[in-house]
Write a protein that binds this ligand. Structure first.
Ligand code: BES
Ligand code: MN
Ligand code: MN
Length: 461
């Protein structure tokens, strides 16, 4: 693999500059004002795949944002790796909390990234991590070192729920046939503690609307006699956790898989410094479900959180008003074997049942997804572990993550392929948040690791 390391060294600066160009395009999938930029980003990815040496590269339209496909079939008899990633990003707001503009990438040093990190929306999630695969592919192509077939499927709607990916996969089963799916869209524990993600949480996401009177009222004339939907909603939300921070929706935990004591003990051996955690987040204390550690609360236990809440007067100064409506967006992170559709239904029933007669309520489901767990005794896990061992000089730890990538279960159910979650970000890289960044070390380390995975996977398969 010396040739590859030399190639990486020679082309380092170009690899970085190309990523910076990709990060300059604001591919915000949630906001239709950016639709042209999203389309331009798909073209960028297409051109990068062509330049790296992929065949049959195509921008596949969907009813939403397009999916970019490309492949290199070296030999039909060799195993095939399907690389999945996403080129869309989260909206950058609140803009004023960024220390540099989100679509003008700059490299700045941080405590955890002394070699520098690229600050931009999408740097880590997922443009930086996705682009590592295109560069690793280029290295393998240019050095005659690709010993697997590879297919790329890079989508533009991950951050809005991948609605069009399922139908695309259904319609392209043959074209997407593969032995394994490889995804870099998760994190490692630390730059000197490599890890492989072995689980993701599922997601049920709902929006609720609470209506009191049919119009806004004077809060003096009517206040005290007519229900205030914001007060009511706050109380309803507060009642959904008990004093132990258990979720109170009847049946919510019924399907939750009990993790064995042995597994929990193992899980809690992962390095975790509570003082550092609190200090980093500038919190005096943590809060969570009684009986579980922080690592468990963010991986093997389900959650319910308000993501946003609004209603009434939020302009400058004071307006005395008894609002007609209150809203909230609520997400529930799910663990095996909870099913998002069932949980959404339990939520709806419960929410309707606790609403007082003084208001009417409406629950609208948004996107959801199933949780996923991946085995550690599979060929693909072992190949990934060996690849990381070689690149980091240390064996990776398996770790379940709290985030969600709902398409992982689709790959398994529709294509019958298992996924390896070999991500290189850090949890502290501020994904979805102002000042998102991705370590330059992590970018190069990923590019170095990926060809090792291909090599070991081909050998071991
Ligand atoms: N890459 C993340 C998921 C992730 C982040 C997994 C960190 C593990 C560690 C992905 O882009 C994402 O943000 N997913 C969404 C769900 C999606 C349906 C919008 C999430 O987890 O909120
Ligand atoms: Mn992502
Ligand atoms: Mn994301």
């Amino acid at each position: 693999m010396q040739a590859l390391n030399t190639y990486l060294d020679t082309h380092k600066d170009r690899f970085l500059n190309e990523l910076l160009d990709l990060l300059r395009i604001p591919s915000v999938s949630a906001d239709s004002a950016f639709a042209k930029d999203v389309a331009r980003t798909a073209e960028f990815v297409r051109d990068a795949l062509v330049a790296a040496g992929a065949d049959n590269v195509e921008i596949c339209p969907t009813p939403g944002h397009p999916i970019v496909y490309g492949e290199k079939i070296v030999d039909e008899k060799l195993p095939t790796v399907l690389v999945y990633g996403h080129y869309d990003v989260q909206p950058p707001d609140p803009l004023d909390l960024w220390t540099s503009p989100p679509f003008e990438p700059v490299i700045k040093k941080t405590k955890l990234h002394p070699e520098g990190a690229i600050f931009a929306r999408g740097a880590c999630d997922d443009k930086g991590q996705m682009y590592m695969h295109i560069k690793a592919f280029e290295m393998m192509m240019k050095n005659d070192a690709l010993h697997c077939n590879v297919k790329f499927m890079i989508e533009g709607e991950e951050e809005v729920g991948s609605d069009n990916l399922g139908p695309f996969i259904e319609a392209n089963r043959e074209r997407l046939a593969a032995d394994v799916c490889l995804v870099s869209d998760t994190s490692i524990i630390a730059n000197d503690v490599p890890s492989i993600t072995t689980g993701l949480r599922g997601l049920s996401y709902v929006e609720v609307e609470v209506t009191g009177a049919d119009r806004d009222l004077h809060s003096g004339v009517y206040g005290g006699a007519v229900a205030n939907p914001i007060n009511v909603l706050s109380k309803m939300i507060a009642s959904m956790h008990d004093e132990n921070n258990h979720i109170t929706i009847p049946g919510f935990y019924d399907a939750v898989e009990t993790v064995s004591d042995a597994e929990r003990t193992e899980m809690n051996k992962a390095p975790f410094d509570l003082e550092y955690y609190k200090n980093d987040l500038k919190i005096n204390d943590i809060r969570g479900e009684k009986g579980y550690t922080t690592l468990e609360r963010t991986s093997i236990r389900p959650t319910l959180d308000v993501n946003g809440m609004w209603g009434g007067y939020i302009g400058e100064g004071a307006k005395t008003v008894l609002p007609s409506k209150a809203y909230a967006k609520i997400s529930m992170r799910l663990v095996p074997n909870q099913k998002d559709e069932e949980i959404t239904e339990l939520f709806r029933k419960h929410f309707e049942s606790i609403a007082p007669d003084s208001v009417t309520v409406k629950v609208t489901p948004h996107h959801g997804g199933l949780p996923a767990v991946t085995p550690t005794d599979s060929v693909e896990y072992k190949a990934a572990a060996k690849a990381m061992q070689e690149a980091f000089g240390k064996a990776p730890l398996p770790q379940r993550s709290g985030g969600s990538i709902p398409i992982v279960s689709l790959f398994e159910n529709i294509l019958n392929v298992k996924t390896v979650l070999m991500g290189f970000g850090l949890d502290s890289d501020n994904i979805h948040s102002p000042d998102e960044h991705y370590g330059v070390f992590n970018y190069y380390k990923g590019i170095e690791t990926i060809p090792h995975f291909f090599k070991y996977y081909a050998e071991m398969k």
